[in-house]
Each structure stands twice: as structure tokens, then as C-alpha cells.
Design a protein around this ligand. Structure first.
Ligand SMILES: Cc1ncc(COP(=O)(O)O)c(C=O)c1O
Length: 388
């Protein structure tokens, strides 16, 4: 059978993740230190795991409301109010999803008609462009620059606005650059969004992991933005809960209702065991988040110092758990650099181009890796750079 003919043209048109392609090269190599996967090295805090176990012991194995357990939505609403200073009604302004991944997909599908344009900043998380395409919309990329700390500038959004512009995706702190935006930058972006009637998808997944400036700063707080923003957040990063697949969206009722319609047919509800764990995370998990954050910050400072000392120009990322050093001066592309580093020194880092064309010249290294492993990885990178 000609399967290519059978597969939808939309799906056929999207590439596989550049990260996945790169990591297939890692398989089968022993002694590799991976700075590649964007995942906490911590296990989920014990009290959160215990809450999941206890939920199973109690026999909680059913579906929940499509929106998610009301008790969880109440916890989310309280948490979002404390952390972001934003109020959402747990009855109809909060939707529990299977990670931010699902929430992003639902939001794009709920909002976009074929041909609508979705603007986002690159380098960015690998799923944005394919998710936009799968929603039959058109991805519109705004490249961010190292000299702006990889923060999106309002005038660069203005420059790509057309009558089809509908949605803006913002992600601060940013994967893969660790960029954060100032209140002033967000306020300027907000003005553009109001002027051009854009809906914003604010991917706040790294918000708690903000080391510089104010944690909990969101475009949603800017004048005129709450009504036009879907705040997307989750548990994967700050609570080290990637495998629980828990996320949520907060937005005005009409937008939540539209997203919920897709969610109820495609997913029905998020897993009840994970929802029980998520309640525990929000109610009693914050001290553990603070501890993990302290540890990430120490590692960030160490990574940036060592990379700069060895001649890899690396800005200080304001958040998330990635550093994004520049490798251009060696005359290799990002991909060549990453490949040689893997072959010669068994260190896996992701070429910047996996996150968009403007990631050329950079390498993403995730420092959510044990400190002693980071030390060895940096010794190896130093030797590699010394031999180039
Ligand atoms: C910016 C960003 N958004 C969303 C996600 C997906 O998160 P989740 O595990 O909640 O689906 C990731 C995962 O790496 C990410 O980096």
C-alpha cells in the first residue's frame, strides 16, 4: 500500500522533531552525558507520588468531569491567584488538560480557521509550528536576537501583522533560550495585541523557574489582556511531574467552553490519578519547588561561568533550565558542532536549529542534570573546544 498517499497532507507536511532525530544518534552509545532532554532530573516529590498512590488505594479509577475535578480546579484557581495575582472562576474558567501540550493544541484548534495566522517567537519550543499547522493555521515566525536577550520586541510583532493575524504565542521564561521579558516589554506587546485584536496564548510552563526579575509576571496582567489571553500552565517542570501529564488552561468562559468541546471528544478528561497528585502539588508542593529552583540556579550559574571561561559566549538566562551558548566562532554549524561533540566527547546537547532557523550558531544545554554529571560534561566540552 502507498501509505504516504493515505496519510493526511497536513500531517505529511510537518517534520519530525529535530530533538528526536538528534537523540536517535545517542541510542546505543554508552557513557553519554545528556544535556539534551528538557526534563527535571528530580523525581516527583514523595508527598505528590503518595497522593497518587493513595488515590488508587481509595479506588479512584473513574472518569472525572470533562473540565477536571472541581477540587483540583479550585486549587488551580487559588494557586494562580497567589502566584500570578489573577482570578479565575473554577466553575467555568479553568480546564484541566493532559499537559500544556494538550492545552496548546486545544487552544489553537478552538481559535483558528484555515489560513489564520499565528505569530510566535523563535527560537522556541519544538511543538509550536507543527501544532499551528495541525490546526490548519499559518505559522508566522518572529526571530528574537541575542542582543535583546532573546525577548520579543513589540515592533517586530507590528512588522508581521496582516488582516489574517489572529493569535500570538508567548513563552517566558523561554525554551530553549531561558529568556525572560520585562514588565515594560510585556506592556508594549500588550498594546500591539489590543490594537490588532490578537488572542494571546501565554505558555507559562517555566514561570516558577525565574531567577532574575519578578517570578509570576505574565502578559495576562497587562491592561486589556485578561479578556484576550489563554493562560497555559502545568506541572511538568516546576513540580518535576512530566510523566503525570498534567496541565491547565485559564481563560474567559467562552474560550474555555470552546476548548472543552474538543477536549471532551478527543480526551474526555485528564487521568484521575494525576489529578489527585496535582491537588497535592498545589496544596503542599511549593516548598519542594523552591528547593529544586535553588538547585537549578546554582547549576545555571556554574554552567554559564564555565562556558564563558572556555570561550563559549553564553548569556545569563533569566529562567527555565537551559543555557544557550553561541558556537559560531568555531566555523561549524550548530548541527556539526553538536554531532562532533557527541562523537568525540560523548556529550549530547541539542543544535539551536532544532528550535527554529534563527537558532543557528547556538547550542541548547539542559542543566536539569545532576551536578557531578554537569562537571564531567563541562570538562569534556572544554577539552573538545580546546581541540577545535
Ligand atoms: C515551552 C514548553 N511548553 C510546553 C511544553 C510541554 O509541557 P507538558 O509536559 O506540560 O505537555 C514544554 C516541554 O518541554 C515546553 O518546553
Amino acid at each position: 500500500m502507498n501509505y504516504q498517499e493515505k496519510i493526511s497532507q497536513t500531517v505529511g507536511s510537518i517534520p519530525r522533531s529535530g530533538i528526536r532525530d538528534f537523540f536517535e544518534l545517542v541510542i546505543g552509545r554508552e557513557d553519554v552525558i545528556s544535556l539534551g532532554v528538557g526534563e527535571p532530573d528530580f523525581q516527583t516529590p514523595w508527598n505528590i507520588r503518595e497522593a497518587a498512590i493513595y488515590s488508587l488505594e481509595k479506588g479512584q479509577t473513574s472518569y472525572t468531569s470533562n473540565l477536571g475535578l472541581l477540587s483540583l480546579r479550585k486549587s488551580i484557581s487559588k494557586y494562580v491567584e497567589n502566584f500570578f495575582g489573577l482570578t479565575y472562576d473554577p466553575q467555568n474558567e479553568v480546564l484541566v488538560t493532559v499537559g500544556v501540550s494538550e492545552a496548546m493544541d486545544l487552544a489553537l484548534r478552538a481559535l483558528c480557521n484555515p489560513g489564520d495566522e499565528v505569530i510566535y517567537h523563535e527560537p522556541c519550543y519544538v511543538s509550536y509550528s507543527p501544532s499551528v499547522v495541525m490546526a490548519h493555521a499559518v505559522p508566522v515566525v518572529v526571530a528574537t536576537k541575542k542582543e535583546d536577550g532573546f525577548a520579543l520586541q513589540a515592533e517586530d510583532i507590528e512588522a508581521v501583522i496582516t488582516p489574517r493575524s489572529k493569535v500570538l504565542i508567548l513563552n517566558y521564561p523561554t525554551n530553549p533560550t531561558g529568556a525572560i521579558a520585562s514588565k515594560e516589554e510585556l506592556a508594549e506587546i500588550a498594546k500591539v495585541c489590543v490594537k490588532h485584536d490578537l488572542i494571546v496564548l501565554a505558555d507559562e510552563i517555566y514561570s516558577e523557574l525565574t531567577y532574575e526579575g519578578e517570578a509570576g509576571l505574565s502578559i495576562t496582567q497587562m491592561p486589556g489582556m485578561r479578556e484576550r489571553t489563554i493562560l497555559l500552565h502545568g506541572f511538568s517542570k516546576a513540580f518535576a511531574m512530566t510523566g503525570f501529564r498534567m496541565g491547565y488552561a485559564c481563560a474567559p468562559p467562552e474560550l474555555i467552553e470552546a476548548m472543552m468541546k474538543i477536549h471532551q471528544y478527543a480526551m474526555l478528561c485528564a487521568p484521575i490519578t494525576s489529578q489527585a497528585a496535582a491537588i497535592e502539588a498545589l496544596e503542599r508542593g511549593i516548598p519542594a519547588v523552591e528547593k529544586m529552583k535553588e538547585s537549578y540556579e546554582i547549576r545555571r550559574n556554574y554552567m554559564v561561568k564555565r562556558l564563558n571561561e572556555m570561550g563559549l559566549d553564553c548569556h545569563l538566562p533569566g529562567g527555565a533550565f537551559y543555557v544557550f551558548p553561541e558556537v559560531t566562532r568555531f566555523g561549524l554549524t550548530s548541527h556539526e558542532f553538536a554531532l562532533k561533540l557527541l562523537e568525540q566527547e560523548d556529550v549530547a546537547a541539542v543544535p539551536g536549529t532544532a528550535f527554529g532557523a534563527c537558532g543557528e550558531g547556538f547550542l541548547r544545554c539542559c542543566y536539569a542534570t545532576a551536578f557531578d554529571q554537569l562537571e564531567v560534561a563541562l570538562d569534556r566540552i572544554e577539552r573538545f573546544v580546546g581541540n577545535l
